[in-house]
Design a protein around this ligand. Structure first.
Ligand SMILES: CC(C)(C)c1nc(N2CCN(c3ncccn3)CC2)c2cc(C(N)=O)c(N)nc2n1
Length: 327
């Protein structure tokens, strides 16, 4: 095949495979059978091996992970990743709402999001390309784990629009992947992970991307950091915007007109969370209108316009021999 034809076929395959992966991993709605995806991926890998200079930045072959790093670089977040205040019962939720109402002079509307129990990360895109991913760290400085995050199929390597944007999300390990991983570790006599959060953090904070690539990690995006598009007047518009760009957002997110609706939503998930295929440790409640968030502002370390309703820790009966230090 002439080089020009190789370039066209290679770009065609990259676009096609990325669209199939988007439907499979982001929309949870496969477009083609796995065998078809694998056949096209083999064709792409063959063409890239013969023409390495033609490999696209957003090639799906980037997902297998490159060489191990010696260490992680430090990253300063352009916009600090703040903490969240907590509310442990209905009274504290009502206190949160009353403080917001006092600050605004009216009762605001809210967005409720499942509080995914994973590892908070920042994803940086320049002109639509994924250029850097980092852990939250202490909120100001995190670790550059770009090579590990590239292996997560639901993290787009190229956005549907060529925008420059930072988004935040929670990377996590689904319960099924966690149980499979610990079964394999048990067979090899290795130390087990105590829970999916530790397994996700452990997978993303080790230096070999090929290990991260095998851990079936996933992510839900829940906020924007630095963003060019300043037409976003509400949090729910920000979530729709990142979804249009190709990010994975959580379908259980709910708009709530009043704190009564918020309380009903929190109550509804207390027992229902066992049906989810990922761990949550509560509900994050955010005042929806951006202008309301700006009026309420921040305390030293967390927004006044958001809080986390925390579920009671699940009663886990752990017999002594099950308690092993997890790596
Ligand atoms: C943007 C704000 C600050 C309101 C915000 N902050 C969050 N977090 C802050 C504290 N974080 C943290 N992590 C480690 C140590 C201390 N704080 C972990 C992320 C959110 C976490 C989730 C989630 N888990 O599903 C979510 N749906 N929305 C969030 N929204």
């Amino acid at each position: 095949m002439a080089v020009e034809d190789v370039k066209i076929r290679l770009e065609e395959l990259t676009t096609l495979l990325n669209d199939y992966a988007y439907h499979y991993y982001v929309l949870d709605n496969p477009k083609v059978p796995d065998a078809e995806y694998d056949r096209l991926l083999r064709e792409l890998r063959t063409l890239e091996e013969a023409n390495p200079e033609l490999k696209q930045a957003d090639s799906p072959t980037e997902r297998v992970g490159g060489e191990p790093l010696d260490s992680f670089k430090k990253v300063q977040h352009d916009v600090p990743m703040l903490s969240l205040s907590n509310a442990f019962n209905e009274t504290e939720l009502r206190d949160f709402a009353r403080r917001a109402q006092q600050g605004l002079g009216y009762e605001p509307s809210y967005i409720c999001e499942l509080k995914i129990d994973g590892l908070a990360v920042n994803l940086k895109y320049e002109n639509g390309l994924f250029v850097q991913g980092a852990t939250r760290g202490d909120g100001t400085t995190g670790e550059d784990i770009t090579s590990n995050l590239k292996t997560i199929p639901s993290i787009p390597l190229k956005l549907k629009e060529n925008v420059t944007i930072d988004v935040r999300g929670e990377a996590f390990m689904p319960k099924k992947s966690f149980n499979r991983l610990n079964e394999a570790k048990e067979k090899n006599g290795e130390a087990l992970f105590a829970n999916p959060r530790n397994a996700a953090a452990g997978s993303l904070r080790q230096l070999d991307p090929k290990i991260a690539a095998k851990r079936n990690l996933d992510i839900f995006i829940y906020s924007v950091g630095k963003v060019e598009n300043n037409e976003l007047d509400s949090h729910h518009e920000a979530l729709s915007y990142v979804k249009e760009l190709g990010f994975k957002t959580n379908k259980e997110t709910q708009y709530c007109e009043t704190i009564e609706d918020v309380i009903a939503y929190c109550d509804s998930w207390l027992d229902k969370r066992t049906e989810l295929d990922y761990d949550i440790d509560g509900i994050v409640i955010k005042v929806d209108r951006i202008s309301d968030q700006q009026k309420l502002g921040f305390t030293a370390k967390s927004p006044r316009w958001a809080t986390a309703f925390k579920f009671p820790a699940e009663e886990v009966v752990t017999t002594l021999e099950d308690i092993e230090l997890s790596v």
